[in-house]
Structure formats: C-alpha cells, structure tokens
Design a protein around this ligand. Structure first.
Ligand code: HEM
Length: 161
C-alpha cells in the first residue's frame, strides 16, 4: 500500500509537466493568432461560423475574408485551450489526491483552475467585443498567472520527488 501511494506522485509530476507544456503552447498559439491578425477570423463564439469544425464546410473558408491559416490558428487556439482546460482540471484533482500534505502543490493547481473560467470568458469577450485592448491585455495577463501557478505546481512536484 505504502509503495503504491509513494509511486503516484512520480506519475503526477509528469501530468503536471504535460499540463504546463500544453498551456504554454496554447499561449504561443494565441500570440501567433494575434500576430497574423487572426483574432476575429472566427467571428462568433463559442462556435466558429456557427459550426464547431468550419473546415468540414469548404464554402465557409472560401467565403471568409480571412485565410485558411488565420481561421485555423484561431480555431486551434480555442481547441487546444479546451484540452488545456481538461488537463488543468485533472492536474488539480491529482494534486489533492497525491499531494494532500503539500499545500503549495494543491493550492497553486487550484488557483490555476480557479482562473480558468475567467480566462475562457475573457477569450470569448476578446472576440465578441472586437479585440478591445483592455480585454486582450487582461486575457494575456490571466494567461501568465495561470502559467505561473502551473509552473509552481510542476516545480514543487518534481522537487518533492
Ligand atoms: C487556457 C486558456 C487560454 C489561454 C492560456 C490563452 C492565452 C492567450 C494568449 C497568451 C494570447 C496572446 C495574447 C497577445 O499576444 O496579446 C491569446 C490570444 C487570443 N485568445 Fe486566448 N487563451 C485561452 C483561451 C482562449 C479562448 C477559450 C478563446 C475563445 C475565443 C481565446 C481567444 C483568443 C483570441 C481571439 C486571441 C487573439 C487576440 C488578438 O488578436 O489580439 N483564448 N490567448
């Protein structure tokens, strides 16, 4: 029993590390979306041109004022953000199961999870409010906070191995 429990955190640190990596890639993809002027290439939210997968309807891409690359970047940013969200939920649950006696791991993961709904709402507002600077800036600010929380979770989980 003791062996089993002591082995769980070893796997947990890899989960935390993977979540950190995926969240970092979401941020890079967001910056890329912004840099190529694709922030409004999916003009609606949460769907993109009223569908979850616009690439299944070639006429949507053909009739859009944005290129396929621009639409793909924004769409992929949203999709990967959803994946990161699921991973953050798992990382937080895992922290409470495997690091019951390590408050820093539990609470930094929980803080990342608490910020997640805010970040999703800000992402939606980024689109529906036409890239208002204050919203885009806050979206970036919250992303950095989430990454810092996950970095703390991950580093402490590795150090306490
Ligand atoms: C884990 C969740 C998310 C993270 C960590 C995240 C992070 C980021 C980052 C770092 C940027 C670049 C900001 C900049 O360069 O100024 C960005 C851009 C963007 N994000 Fe997110 N994002 C997330 C979820 C979402 C969601 C759910 C949406 C929904 C629409 C969204 C929409 C956007 C848009 C439209 C941009 C481009 C803004 C522009 O053109 O300036 N994000 N995101």
């Amino acid at each position: 029993m003791r062996t089993t429990i002591s082995q769980i955190p070893v796997e947990y640190r890899h989960i935390a590390g993977f979540t950190l990596l995926v969240t970092y890639i979401v941020m890079l993809l967001g910056a890329y979306t912004s840099a190529i002027g694709a922030g409004l290439s999916c003009p609606d939210w949460p769907t993109c041109y009223g569908t979850w997968v616009p690439f299944l309807q070639p006429e949507i891409i053909a009739n859009s004022p944005y290129s396929a690359l621009q639409i793909f970047a924004e769409w992929a940013h949203r999709g990967l953000a959803m994946t990161a969200g699921v991973l953050i939920v798992g990382t937080t649950l895992g922290a409470w199961v495997t690091h019951r006696n390590t408050p820093i791991v539990k609470w930094s993961a929980t803080a990342a999870l608490a910020l997640l709904p805010l970040q999703v709402i800000l992402g939606g507002l980024t689109v529906t409010e036409d890239l208002q600077p204050i919203i885009v800036t806050t979206h970036l600010g919250v992303a950095i906070l989430i990454l810092l929380c996950l970095l703390t979770t991950c580093l402490v989980a590795y150090l306490r191995r």
